[in-house]
Write a protein that binds this ligand. Structure first.
Ligand code: ADP
Ligand code: MG
Length: 689
């Protein structure tokens, strides 16, 4: 079904689908601003969900306002002072106000309208940052409502310059009235009843104009449920496309003993269990759809190699896809060393190969001469044809988008699929993020691994920290120094380069250092990575490009600068680069941030190395919504579930999706029609193609 058709269907709703400019108070100029927020119709406006709420009932006396922080106050304006014009054309307006406990100055910058609306002797609820000291207080650029206002819970919207919350509320009111005249409901009533969900019109009214917090939570629950359900149904529809087909059924009598006997180590219990679960899937006609979860360093690659071995012994090819070239080349090295002794051919196919080399490899792939193809997303490009692709493995799956997952699944008739992830996520979350994958988990690390000693220090101790690093370098070890580069912007890159230069000429003078960052060309990165692996470079100063999978057992120290800028799970991933060999390893987190949140993260990092525990803490601190918001998993963007969902709701949405699809696998029933359109809209091109 085409996107156009969907649009027409929904278009039957009529006036909600006219241009946003049709609303009173929205002209061409403001229309542009709405479009900037992704809103071009009244319909899109009513789905513009508040990011938070301001509760004006929770006001505090001025005398108890927390300084340098946001407060809600109930203030009577005593006297408005004449506006002052200062340089740069800026206008500052001030008014004296009081609540009887203390006086305060209201300060409004450059917003004469907001100031003019204030009346002397009137009382308002105000929300804003309070500066000053106990002698003299100011509330800066407050948002406010008159004290006569009945609705004391007010939404906070994602806004853009020139579009105030008041304007949005006026437009919203009109859009909601339109909806009242042409009511619609997307969810069949049996679902609303069964899952105790409020009707859509009630939800939308109360998400924007709530009367109390119960109304807000009912509204959020309904709207989050909708999104989670659609997400879940969409994922399942994607999966069922491949479930319907049949896969190569491999021969269960093929033994992998020669492979395991040839390994330089014995598989851990978790690894062996995962291998046998995978093999039993491979010997079925239904394509495997399995997630292999294991903490960093738990040895997922060996499990993948076992699966490739098994496929090759069955005469089938395997493809292993990694998110970066560095990782792909590392996997290539590992897999070739494990598999080539058995006469199996492994190749590395990445975007940076010359066209000639690529063409040559492609020929060998289509002829079946090559058994295992390792690479980046280059291996799912259309021009790569396989002779008999039986197994597709993706590493660090959360880095790939839905579209890439789908493209890979379409290679070959219907290959078995294994997805590897080092992000241990609670099962409920995994069920949503990975749809209906079966899950194998490697819970323990190989024997003899020592936990990485982790310390959090402030910048004052940097010099001493580097003293420690140098002592380890002198013992022959290597080190990583990680600098955050979150925005990938030029200025951040510049900061990282400067840092590297200063370190090389300062704290690390006399040691060989090199810089590795994401903006380098793939072959440059590879070169640096290779010399680090070969021990020619002692200290690798890098951005998060090392986060995923890089394996250098001699690297036993990691320093993480500006550690506050990383989330818990990311810190854990980073730290997983050390402690991979026989050496005692150390991770030093440097941060000057003393916020509660940061201190808590540093404490968790210093006290545990259990990835599952860390991800659960992460989940507790950030809420499941953040996992959706992080864009790492490649799922469609959710609006409300991002900020409002909880585990229980996710469970319910999961059950509901299952029930619906069991009764109506392709959503063909009339009562599921709107739901289907909604699902397709959420996934847009990704599943419609
Ligand atoms: P990850 O799960 O993070 O991808 P890797 O597959 O990169 O982990 O393995 C990490 C290291 O552990 C590699 O050097 C690998 O050779 C080693 N390794 C894997 N399995 C075992 C094992 N059973 N015993 C000892 N070392 C192992
Ligand atoms: Mg790995």
């Amino acid at each position: 079904m085409s996107a156009l058709f969907m649009y027409k269907e929904v278009n039957m709703l009529g006036s909600l689908f006219t241009d946003i400019e049709k609303l009173k108070g929205v002209g061409t100029a403001r229309g542009e601003k709405y479009r900037k927020l992704g809103i071009s119709t009244p319909y899109e406006l009513i789905f513009h969900i508040p990011r938070a709420y301001l509760d004006y009932r929770a006001f505090v006396p001025v005398s108890q306002a927390v300084l340098n922080d946001y407060n809600v106050l109930k203030l009577t304006v005593v006297k408005k002072l004449a506006p002052q014009r200062i340089k740069g054309g800026l206008v500052i307006c001030k008014a004296l106000a009081t609540d009887g406990t203390d006086d305060i100055l209201i300060v409004v910058y450059n917003n004469v309208y907001a100031f003019q609306a204030l009346k002397e002797n009137e009382t308002y609820y105000m929300h804003g940052k309070v500066n000053g000291n106990f002698l003299r207080k100011e509330i800066m650029a407050p948002v406010y409502i008159p004290s006569s206002e009945k609705m004391l819970i007010q939404p906070v919207y994602p806004l853009t310059q020139g579009l105030s919350v008041t304007l949005v509320r006026t437009a919203m009111r009109q859009a909601l009235e339109m909806m009242k005249r042409e009511p619609f409901e997307t969810m069949p009533s049996y679902i609303l009843n069964k899952y105790r969900l409020c009707p859509l019109d009630y939800a939308l009214e109360n998400i924007h104009f709530p009367t109390d917090e119960d109304a807000v939570s009912a509204a959020r629950r309904r709207l989050s449920f909708d999104e989670l359900l659609k997400l879940q149904i969409g994922m399942s529809l994607m999966k069922s496309r491949s479930r319907r087909s049949t896969a190569f059924k491999m021969d269960s009598s093929v033994s992998i003993k020669p492979f395991t006997d040839g390994l330089p180590f014995e598989l851990t219990e978790g690894q062996s269990k995962a291998v046998s679960e995978i093999i039993s899937d491979l010997c079925r006609e239904i394509p495997m759809n399995r997630l292999l979860q294991g903490d960093v360093g738990s040895g997922k690659t060996a499990v993948a190699a076992a699966a490739c071995y098994f496929a090759a012994e069955n005469g089938l090819q395997s493809a292993l896809m990694a998110p970066t070239e560095i990782l792909a080349s590392q996997h290539y090295n590992t897999l070739s060393s494990f598999l080539e002794p058995f006469g199996m051919k492994v190749c590395l196919l990445t975007g940076s190969l010359t066209p000639k080399k690529k063409a040559m490899l492609r020929e060998k792939i289509v002829s079946g001469e090559i058994n295992v193809i390792v690479g980046t997303h280059a291996i799912i490009q259309k021009d790569v044809e396989y002779k008999a692709l039986g197994l597709v493995i993706t590493d660090e799956q959360h880095r790939f988008g839905v579209a890439q997952r789908a493209a890979l699944a379409e290679k070959g008739d219907s290959p078995h699929k294994l997805v590897m992830s080092a992000t241990p996520i609670p099962r409920t979350l995994a069920l949503i993020i990975y749809g209906d994958l079966d899950i194998s988990a490697i819970k323990q690390l190989p024997k003899g691994r020592k936990p990485v000693n982790t310390y959090a220090v402030t910048g004052k101790l940097r010099h001493r920290a580097f003293g420690f690093v140098k002592a380890r370098l002198d013992e022959g070890r290597q080190a990583y120094v990680v600098c955050p580069m979150i925005e990938e912007s030029e200025s951040e890159l510049h900061a990282v380069k400067t840092y590297a230069e200063e370190a090389a000429n300062g704290d690390l003078k006399g040691y060989t250092t090199a810089l590795l960052h994401g903006k380098m060309r793939p072959n440059e990165k590879d070169k640096v990575m290779k010399s680090f692996r070969d021990g020619e470079i002692q200290v690798l100063i890098c951005t998060t490009v090392v986060e995923v999978g890089v394996d250098v057992p001699n690297a036993a120290v990691m320093v993480i600068e500006n550690a506050e800028r990383f989330g818990l799970s990311q810190l854990h991933q980073l730290r997983g680069r050390v402690g991979r060999g026989e050496f005692e390893s150390t991770c030093i987190l440097i941060t000057d941030n003393v916020s509660d949140d940061c201190v808590k993260r540093m404490k968790i990092m210093s006290s545990t190395s259990d990835g599952f525990k860390i991800s659960e803490e992460d989940l507790k601190m950030r809420g499941p919504g953040d996992f959706f918001g992080s864009a790492q998993h490649g799922l469609p963007t959710l609006k409300i579930a991002d900020i409002a969902c909880d585990m229980e709701l996710m469970n319910e949405a999961q059950n509901c999706a299952r029930e619906i699809l069991e009764a109506d696998p392709m959503l063909e029933k009339k009562e599921h029609r709107t739901l289907k359109l909604d699902v397709m809209r959420l996934f847009e091109k990704e599943i419609i193609g």
